[in-house]
Ligand binder design. Structure first.
Ligand code: NDP
Ligand code: MG
Length: 407
């Protein structure tokens, strides 16, 4: 992408115009925090939200974006009035298509994909097709999109930059030039905190409440990814995400528990040299790297103090405690589309758990039964429409199981 503006207050540095999909969420607000530290480098071009309209209004007042987007026309009308009353010129769009239009807007240089869930896939594909710098936090989009997503990135000439901290770590351990990746990696180690229930008595897992599940030891994140961290389905999704981002076989991806979350992931090279990326657990580091790659900019994160850090520990994941984790490798070996079924079942099960319709331990039951019931056809991954149909089918099957379990 060549579209740029020049900030007259600095030398000739071109400003990146950034569109944040999911601006009101945890990753979205951290992105705005990093952008706010570098007004000479970045311009907030577009912000999107789903339900937190008051937060979006505040973000508009602060970032003065050219566009904002919300799901419904009635939300848009209210926001337009508020924006007008505040003397802003932000244009407010509505509907799912608006997300794609903004992600592909000719004046946008960079897209932060920070929507949660498969809902982020269409705008991610639009950004990929349009050749943007695509910063991907929305792992579900890649888990569902798989080869279709990666083909769109190469066909569109987009630059895909991982924001998930583990994948950013791997990316930071590899040469900047992708052409030099092949043949270098023996395997990668994705680290995981083990979530809040690493030491909990398995007999009490059934009584875990949504608030307990959302209390992550090191990160304040959205509720869906918090539950995913507690079940380790987040790590399962990350294994699938890594398969596509780094073009690895399932056998080349391993998981290790590292409760302190200081080592964000590791590459074991062909010669058995191990490269790791370390830092305080703060999403602003991978976000800043995505925004500035291949340069580095100040992120706002605090520095590691090795004199007070203490011990760093590592252990094998407990596949009996976290039965969902193994599904990553199983679905990667199964017919294409199985990872999309896994993701849809998980999204439906987590929503049912957060709404207190099913118990914590039943999340896995819903996922396992959905994978048994929904078998993707040979053309399930050929197009966005086919993937969305598979996603809808798997969701409705998962919903039925959740209903049956609830009664
Ligand atoms: P949040 O729930 O905090 O934020 C999600 C954002 O997406 C919000 O802006 C929300 O709008 C918007 N949104 C929700 N549903 C829809 C929808 N159907 N259509 C359009 N927009 C929608 O999530 P996080 O920021 O925690 O996570 C975002 C993504 O990043 C996830 O895929 C997660 O796995 C990934 N990620 C997050 C990390 C973290 O530290 N939080 C770390 C690594 C990856 P609103 O709030 O207005 O309802
Ligand atoms: Mg992660």
């Amino acid at each position: 992408m060549t579209t740029t503006t020049t900030d007259p207050t600095t030398r000739q540095r071109p400003r990146q115009r950034v569109c944040i999909l999911g601006a009101t969420g945890s990753v979205g607000t951290s992105t705005l925090d990093v952008l706010g530290r570098h007004p000479e480098r970045f311009e907030v071009f577009a912000l999107t939200a789903y339900s937190r309209m008051d937060d979006l209004l505040k973000q508009c007042l602060q970032g003065r974006p050219r566009f904002a987007a919300v799901p419904t026309e009635s939300q848009a009308r209210t926001l337009r009035e508020q924006i007008k009353a505040a003397g802003l010129r932000t244009e407010v769009l509505s509907g799912a298509q608006a997300l794609c239009d903004l992600a592909a807007h000719p004046e946008v240089d960079s897209v932060m994909a920070a929507i949660v869930g498969a809902a982020g896939l269409p705008p991610c594909l639009a950004a990929a097709h349009s050749g943007k710098r695509l910063m991907l936090a929305n792992k579900e989009a890649l888990v569902v999109g798989g080869a279709l997503f990666m083909n769109a990135v190469s066909a569109g000439g987009a630059t895909l930059l991982p924001i998930d901290s583990e994948h950013s770590a791997i990316f930071q351990c590899l040469p900047e030039d992708r052409a030099r990746w092949p043949g270098r990696i023996d395997h990668i180690l994705l680290t995981s905190s083990g979530g809040p229930f690493r030491r909990r008595d398995p007999a009490t897992m059934a009584s875990i409440t949504p608030d307990e599940a959302c209390a992550h030891p090191n990160f304040a994140m959205g509720r869906k990814i918090s539950v995913d961290s507690a079940t380790m389905m987040n790590k399962a999704l990350e294994v699938i995400e890594a398969r596509w981002l780094f073009d690895l076989t399932p056998e080349q991806i391993r998981v290790v528990i590292h409760p302190q979350q200081i080592v964000h992931s590791m590459v074991v090279c062909r010669d058995n040299s191990v490269l790791a990326q370390l830092g305080t657990p703060d999403m602003r580091v991978p976000i800043a790297y995505g925004l500035s790659f291949p340069e580095r900019i100040e992120s706002g994160a605090s520095q590691l103090d090795f004199t007070t850090l203490g011990a760093l520990s590592f252990e094998a994941p407990d596949f009996a405690r976290y039965p969902g984790l193994a599904l990553a490798w199983q679905t990667l070996q199964a017919p294409m589309g199985s990872t999309a079924v896994l993701n849809a079942a998980n999204e439906a099960a987590v929503a049912a758990f957060l709404e207190r319709r099913i118990r914590f331990d039943q999340i896995h039951t819903v996922i396992a039964r959905t994978l048994d019931a929904v078998l993707p056809g040979g053309d399930a991954c050929d197009s966005l429409d086919a993937l969305l149909a598979l996603d809808a089918h798997a969701r409705s099957s998962a919903e039925q199981t959740a209903k049956a379990l609830a009664t």
